[in-house]
Ligand binder design. Structure first.
Ligand code: ATP
Ligand code: MG
Length: 284
């Protein structure tokens, strides 16, 4: 398996590993430093034999090539990749503040301005992907990473992204709390699944828990399918309108992302988001 032409500009010997950042289905993510330049990266190491075992070659290629192509303030940047016979090494922008998931675990429900910032950051990254006709399909706080003093949120882990061309995707993927009804029902799905996940995210940011979270998977699935959620804490009417506009059973009725990002509730916290497509490719 080869992702594409092997790149020779970097090799493993130029990097010093500084510690484990996380692990996933196909390998690990290590913090590493380029010993020549001092630049810190997160190196995602993908084991080819694990990919081949699960017949996921095409998916992994898509992950790497999509992430290489996108360049946006709210998408984790893949600077570079190289490979040898057994592994693919992806040099990712290093998230010095870790996962949004861990942040929410320690801080709980967010004040509205903070929730709006995380939501707008994530939504802007997703909007950019959608403009490229790519659905992320695995949006959840584990896959949103935080950067710098400002805690800028960026969407990472493109492992499930799919280019949404004319055909809709039939594959089931994602973690239960953020999974849309159409995915649970095994129906065709498209970028609408990301809108649903953004609704779940906003709910969780503001209340400290996911809207359909229940002790058992079965109960969670039932609640998702019935779109059965209630607000236990008071949130502002604008935020509630957004959540209700996103958590709709019918994908086509969900509020379009451009409208979401320009919603008056978002406007109250940040200047309107620029959505122009541009700068698609890296300087080579
Ligand atoms: P899974 O399938 O379980 O989602 P994965 O193999 O797709 O995992 P990622 O989600 O990309 O891998 O990364 C696994 C974990 O490594 C992340 O949840 C995060 O904690 C850490 N990680 C990934 N990328 C970065 C990064 N750029 N900077 C810092 N930490 C990272
Ligand atoms: Mg992940």
């Amino acid at each position: 398996m080869e992702v594409s032409k092997v790149r020779n500009e970097y090799s493993l010997s130029q990097f010093k590993v500084e510690g484990l950042l996380g692990s996933g289905a196909y390998g690990v993510v290590q913090k590493c430093v380029n010993t020549e330049t001092g630049q810190v990266f997160a190196m995602k190491i993908i084991e080819k034999n694990k990919v081949i075992e699960k017949s996921m070659e095409e998916q992994v290629k898509r992950e790497v090539l999509t992430q290489l192509k996108v360049k946006h303030r709210n998408l984790v940047r893949l600077h570079y990749y190289f490979e040898d016979s057994s592994q693919i090494y992806c040099l990712l922008e290093y998230a010095d503040r870790g996962q949004l998931f861990a942040y929410l675990k320690t801080t709980g429900a967010q004040p509205e301005p903070m929730a709006a910032r995380f939501f707008l950051d994530t939504g802007s990254g997703v909007a950019y992907l959608h403009q490229l006709r790519v659905a992320h399909r695995d949006l959840k706080p584990e896959n949103v990473l935080l950067f710098g003093e400002e805690l800028t949120a960026k969407v990472g882990d493109f492992g499930w992204c799919a280019e949404v061309a004319s055909e809709k995707r039939l594959t089931f993927c994602g973690t239960l709390d953020y999974v849309s009804p159409e995915m649970l029902f095994g129906e065709p799905h498209d970028q609408g699944v990301d809108l649903w996940a953004l609704g779940v995210l906003l709910f969780e940011l503001l209340t400290g828990k996911a809207p359909f979270s229940m002790p058992s998977k079965k109960e969670t699935m039932d609640k998702i399918c019935a779109v059965d959620f209630t607000f236990d804490v008071r949130i502002s009417p604008g935020a509630e309108e957004l959540i209700r506009g996103l958590l709709l059973r019918e994908s086509s009725r969900r509020m379009p992302l451009q409208q979401v990002l320009r919603h008056k509730w978002c406007d109250g916290f940040e200047a309107p988001v620029e959505l122009a497509v541009g700068d698609l490719f890296f300087e080579s």
